[in-house]
Design a protein around this ligand. Structure first.
Ligand SMILES: [Zn+2]
Length: 341
């Protein structure tokens, strides 16, 4: 038996539904040891003008991924409301405790917001953030852009991400929106079917849903930031919220790639230091040596070779050299073989 969810006690400092441009906070009551009646504040901006769809932009779902939050902050400050047809809901730092700490997961409860949906209004603070998004923000939206980067542990080819959907019409819209971004790579990322991500939750709610993976390594890539700025505007033009003058022509690769299953990932098999054999973007073959793990504290021990599990493009690489068994060392994006594009 499931317990019905209690309505969230969160509130906002701005009206999310009236025309105009406002910037404020979602205030989620939070009562830790040093603050009996305090709140956790999620920054939020709303720009609403004229008729058109509502598009929600999320950054800071992971706190160590920066190109998306920078881009969303710029939109909040710079966009002329008169250019908007519809509404933008702009949230640059949704797992705010992780963002402030510069970490992937929350410094308060240790949770990964992107494995927490649909959340719980009576759970920990990260679960409450997810519940607020699922119950109060997603129902207002027609489309959702979730802006990620590789974070501290991964370097990833800058790419637009298609959220898979079992609804063919919605999948088609997700693919079209991701292609409109104009990234050099467009990739379906099903997260092995995990339903607990923000994009899975938004897509389940019927929103046109895409994401990004903008480089990573816990740094700000100049190239990825430039791509994120133009790509987000391109998608907003595609969705009809911004006029054509905001679009930047792109010469993207038309191929769509996919991470369809476990064979897309190369995992560490022992404790040690990982050496990869190829740069990102290399075409690789199943069974080909991918890298090796050195045990530098035992010189008698031979390195252990890891192998690719699929043909495809080397898409992601672990950033820290130190690995333990189960760490994701490499990711191979395979040609997309799902429903016709
Ligand atoms: Zn992320």
């Amino acid at each position: 038996m499931t317990t019905p969810q209690i309505k969230s006690t969160a509130f906002t400092t701005i009206d999310l539904d009236k025309p105009g441009k406002r910037v404020g906070f979602v205030m989620i009551p939070h009562s830790p040891d040093d603050d009996a009646w305090g709140v956790t504040r999620l920054p939020i901006g709303v720009i609403a003008h004229g008729d058109g769809p509502t598009v929600i932009l999320e950054g800071g779902n992971h706190g160590d991924e920066y190109e998306g939050p920078i881009t969303i902050g710029e939109l909040i400050r710079d966009l002329d409301p008169a250019d908007v047809s519809g509404r933008l809901i702009l949230m640059p730092a949704n797992n705010v405790h992780a963002v402030i700490a510069g970490k992937r997961t929350s410094s308060v409860d240790g949770l990964n917001l992107n494995r927490t949906f649909p959340g719980s209004t009576t759970g920990t603070i990260t679960q409450q953030i997810a519940a607020y998004l699922a119950q109060e923000i997603f129902p207002r939206g027609d489309a959702f852009l979730d802006l990620h980067s590789g974070g501290s542990s991964l370097d990833i080819l800058p790419s637009a991400i298609i959220e898979p959907s079992e609804d063919p019409a919605l999948l088609e819209k997700n693919i079209a929106a991701a292609k409109a971004f104009g990234a050099p790579w467009t990739v379906v990322i099903p997260n092995l079917g995990d339903p607990r991500t923000a994009t899975a939750c938004a897509c389940q709610a019927g929103l046109v849903t895409i994401g990004t993976e903008m480089s990573g390594g816990g740094s700000v890539s100049r190239e990825a930031l430039a791509l994120c700025r133009t790509g987000v505007r391109n998608v907003l033009v595609h969705l009809g919220v911004l006029p054509a003058k905001y679009a930047t022509p792109v010469a993207g690769d038309d191929r769509v790639l996919d991470l369809p299953g476990g064979d897309s990932y190369v995992y560490a098999t022992m404790d040690g230091i990982f050496e990869s054999f190829h740069p990102l973007g290399t075409n690789v073959k199943k069974g080909e040596p991918a890298g090796r793990i050195h045990c530098t504290w035992d010189a008698t021990r031979e390195p252990e070779t890891l192998y690719y599990g699929a043909d495809g493009v080397l898409y992601g690489r672990r950033q820290p050299g130190r690995v333990r068994p189960g760490n994701c060392c490499l990711t191979v994006a395979q040609p997309y073989r799902g429903p016709a594009l």
